[in-house]
Design a protein around this ligand. Sequence first.
Ligand code: GTP
Ligand code: SPV
Ligand code: MN
Length: 597
Amino acid sequence: MLKLTNNPNVIKWVEQMEALTKPDQVVWIDGSEEQLEALRKESLANGEIQLLNQEKLPGCYYHRTAVNDVARVEDRTFICSKRQEDAGSTNNWCDPKEMYDKLTPMYDGVMKGRTMYVIPYSMGPIGSSLAKVGVELTDSIYVVLNMHIMTRIGADAFKNLGDSSDDFVRGLHSKADIDPENRYIVHFPEDNTIWSINSGYGGNVLLGKKCFALRIASYQGKNEGWMAEHMLILGIEKPNGEVTYVSAAFPSACGKTNLAMLIPPEGYTSKGYKVWTVGDDIAWLKKGKDGRLYAINPENGFFGVAPGTNKKSNFNALESTMKNTIFTNVAINNDDNTVWWEGLDKNPPENATEWKGSKVNGKEYTAEGNKLAHPNSRFTAPARNCPCISKEFDNPEGVPISAMIFGGRRAKTAPLVYQALDWAHGVFVGSIMASETTAAASGAVGVVRRDPMAMLPFCGYNMADYFQHWLDMGEMLGDKAPKIFNVNWFRTDDNGKFIWPGFGDNMRVLDWIIERAAGDADAAETALGYEPKPEDINIEGLAADGITLEVVKDLLNVDIDLWKEEVSGIKEFYKKFGDKLPQELKDQLSALESRLG
Ligand code: GTP
Ligand code: SPV
Ligand code: MN
């Protein structure tokens, strides 16, 4: 089979991994439609994927993972730097040699009777100086088909590498036996290497995504003076045509895809406001020629949470899934061979197959409290399917970022929105982020945990050094640095119901944010930072949702007692970092404490 590059570093490594895993054959993925179509046929024939209704969902397929393999596994994810202190206290660490020695026998001969696919891919537009090259070796066609949607694959990806460079990320994946006891997602940042074994679930196996574009890339970014963040990127176009770009970091399943594609309320669209999506999960950010911070989305598709996605909550995401999409662990409506999930509509199909594969009466099944789709079921959809994809999506220079937003799920503490006093305070605000856990990772759901910058599971090096890197980036950007904000869409009332309507109505908060970032909006100073005056949040048309000026006041309220408790929680969390915690953050914490009185 034709190799797609003459780069000796690539060829040597592929040969070494072939010798280790011993596949029956090696196939280089050139990205051609012909080759992909042949792979789809093979995958259909062996039952790995199923064809969906091609009239209603052209080019769409269905896949079901093993029941024990439905989310990222943070307790089995490792950062193997030479020194433990370089992985830090928030990562699982193992000595690289020890880890290679442990995993090598597991990979030995693991691909016997299987094919090894060699997937060259680019994270970022091909030709962009911000883009980087990866090669993933895998024995899963499902992985090949997903990587085709999520990244830019094929021979072109090697263009950025050249004939002799060694600067590519080496990803080795085998589904092996999908054995949860021997599942490992392992990163060797100092070797540009990722080894993943015994899983077939997205975040564990699409190695360009969390493994490369966040864990390895965050480490590269620290060394090279840029940032890799768990952030969506969107552009807000004002009626005069001016577009302001913002990026936002929320933990997994906390609303990035939704915010990235939001449709503004009628009062805004009628005036001519528009929202454009650049990315929904990951941003790579670097100082541009004009001194501002520029962002690219390194991905090429969306690996989005299906449940909760519907015409009203996220029309653009739903539209994106109408063709050439792979659905994983949702339910099937057997009447017309389409898909269904909780929150798509109020009519669970009677003739359904639930995500684990049993045929059930969906109405009765859900009435008994069962879920037809797994809460972390996902769609893999090409970014170009999105009706509001930005025309800057492929811009190799990226887009200039005016504001960066942090947020999470907090039932009580965090107000609807506030602005950090300056960059260093903004880094503090990001570092104290906390959120209720979701189904995106295995483990308990709904427990509040600290998740700095939404990067707790994704920072590929010591988080205290990561905080310092953020502070250093601020120094580098000076007064051209984006303004930093914090939002919370998830405050609940006494009945546990979300108060803020969220989704498209989040535009009302973005509106204040972009005006503030431009220096054109008022603010009041609180113990936390700057907040809008309640009357500066546009609530026109929200009366039916029960949103009055009083409610906005309430949503913006800072409960001093709760925040004093919060300060003790932060102190406890900061202890994890010992001497490495930047002094600046300690000072910020003292300053918050004294502002709280
Ligand atoms: P990952 O892909 O895991 O990184 O998740 P994400 O951050 O992109 O989250 P996503 O936008 O897929 O949202 C996850 C869940 O949060 C869905 O069930 C949404 O319905 C819900 N959600 C998103 N935005 C809002 C909001 O503004 N308000 C409320 N109440 N729920 C929201
Ligand atoms: C997340 O969990 O933040 C995701 C999905 O975006 S995964 O690719 O599984 O990481
Ligand atoms: Mn994510």
